[in-house]
Design a protein around this ligand. Structure first.
Ligand SMILES: Cc1cc2nc3c(=O)[nH]c(=O)nc-3n(C[C@H](O)[C@H](O)[C@H](O)COP(=O)(O)OP(=O)(O)OC[C@H]3O[C@@H](n4cnc5c(N)ncnc54)[C@H](O)[C@@H]3O)c2cc1C
Ligand code: FES
Length: 291
């Protein structure tokens, strides 16, 4: 089975790579010993981690992820690695960036990292988003840290000459992620929040229908909210629009071997179970199911 041939092996892949897996799909994967450049809280919920890296890590694409070896602390020993979507990659500056929410042992460990510390990051892993050159306009809608996953997709779309309309959803305006990145590419933006009630399902549906009717939605993209996913899936089916969703699932290996990240999908051939780490994390919206 091809997954087994993708077990990490020690090969040369740049001076900072500690293990390379050249056979995992069409892209190269490495366990890279990155160096922390910046690690700081950007609001009450989220932290921004900037790493210096080398080798295959710098080829990560929107929607792909890394499995991070989060450090031990006095209180926690996060044995398994934790998956994080790539937030930004700058090959020229040799930087890989993540936005993370401190949720438990692993991310508490990440929050302790200081500039100059090292962090092993295995990746890039999984299948990222794809853009069809026939699309003229896409709609991305995400919530919370899901917007960190969608920001590089929006930039890739803009680079490809595809117009972007973005719905940025959060509990409060102060927690809206990555708005400046969507602004920079000239995206049409709607901010919806729980605090002012605009994230209400019916309101978001009104936005989406307006975009479809205005010809701004050749495809839907979403991440970070089961409710948003269900809404976009329903509207995509109603208006016959393509769609992709980046799913999250607790993981262990991140390489397809342990099967702990399996989720259920509905396909034209019937129900299927797929591993989020290797068959995803980006999936056809029409086939995705909630947890
Ligand atoms: C492909 C992928 C990309 C991700 N990208 C990001 C990202 O860019 N930024 C970010 O902050 N988080 C992201 N996550 C979620 C992140 O992996 C988890 O928050 C993290 O593993 C939690 O680890 P922990 O040890 O801090 O918390 P734990 O103690 O392991 O868990 C704390 C709480 O979070 C829940 N949880 C743990 N892992 C996940 C998960 N994978 N998905 C959903 N809930 C989970 C647990 O059930 C528990 O309630 C991503 C997950 C996946 C699968
Ligand atoms: S995390 Fe091990 S198979 Fe997906």
């Amino acid at each position: 089975m091809s997954i087994l041939t993708s077990l990490p092996v020690q090969t040369e892949a740049g001076e900072q790579a500690v293990g390379a897996v050249p056979s995992l799909g069409a892209f190269e994967v490495a366990d890279t010993r990155s160096v922390v450049v910046v690690n700081r809280a950007i609001n009450d919920d989220y932290c921004h981690l900037v790493l210096e890296a080398d080798g295959p890590a710098l080829s990560a694409r929107a929607g792909q992820f890394f499995n991070l070896a989060c450090p031990n602390t006095a209180a926690d020993m996060p044995y398994l690695r934790r998956p994080m979507s790539v937030y930004r990659v700058s090959p020229a500056q040799r930087r890989v960036e993540f936005l993370y929410k401190v949720a438990g042992a692993g991310t508490r460990g990440l929050a302790t990292l200081q500039p100059g510390d090292t962090l092993a990051i295995l990746g890039p892993l999984g299948n990222g988003f794809t853009l069809d050159p026939r699309w003229k306009n896409i709609v991305v809608a995400g919530r919370g840290v899901g917007l960190a996953t969608l920001a590089p997709l929006a930039e890739a779309a803009a680079e490809a000459g595809i117009g972007v309309t973005a719905i940025l959803s959060a509990r409060a305006k102060s927690l809206v992620m990555s708005a400046e990145r969507f602004e920079r590419i000239g995206a049409r933006i709607a901010v919806v929040t729980d605090e002012d009630g605009t994230s209400d399902f019916a309101n978001v549906e009104r936005h989406l229908v307006t975009y479809v009717e205005a010809g701004q939605a050749d495809a839907f993209f979403t991440c970070g909210s089961n409710r948003l996913m269900l809404l976009m899936k329903r509207l995509a089916a109603r208006f016959n629009i393509a769609g992709q969703v980046a799913l999250e699932q607790q993981m262990a290996c991140g390489l397809g071997m342990c099967f702990c990240c399996v989720r259920n999908f509905e396909t034209t051939g019937g129900p299927e179970q797929r591993r989020v780490c290797v068959e995803g994390p980006v999936f056809d919206l029409a086939e995705a199911l909630t947890w």
